[in-house]
Design a protein around this ligand. Structure first.
Ligand SMILES: [Zn+2]
Length: 112
């Protein structure tokens, strides 16, 4: 069930109060800022829009879930050169066209 604005703010404050939180500066172009502003509001019609930090943090968490699912799906295969399950971090056959490090990693890139 979706959290209320107050619950979301409370959870955000709890996350931000953790000592290991890091403050990052982003460089976004005009179009990206417009997308951020539009979508953080459009996803919560007639409600307080997502806070910018909250919105970006949620996108990161959403991508992390997608990434874990993708890795789970490809982990049943193996690099045909070293036999390791993807994602293979390094392989002695890197550069060989049959090696996962050479071409298989492209299954993990972000696409629009
Ligand atoms: Zn390999």
């Amino acid at each position: 069930m979706a959290k209320t604005a107050a619950e979301r703010k409370k959870a955000q404050r709890a996350r931000q109060s953790k000592a290991d939180n890091r403050k990052l500066e982003l460089q976004l172009d005009t179009q990206e800022v417009e997308m951020l502003e539009r979508n953080r509001a459009d996803r919560r019609p007639d409600r307080a829009p997502y806070d910018m930090s909250e919105y970006i943090a949620l996108l990161i968490r959403q991508d992390d879930a997608r990434m874990r699912n993708r890795i789970k799906r490809i982990s049943t295969s193996k690099c045909s050169k070293c036999g390791d399950a993807p994602p293979v971090k390094s392989c002695i056959m890197s550069g060989d066209s049959q090696c996962w490090v050479t071409t298989g990693w492209k299954k993990l890139i972000l696409t629009i």
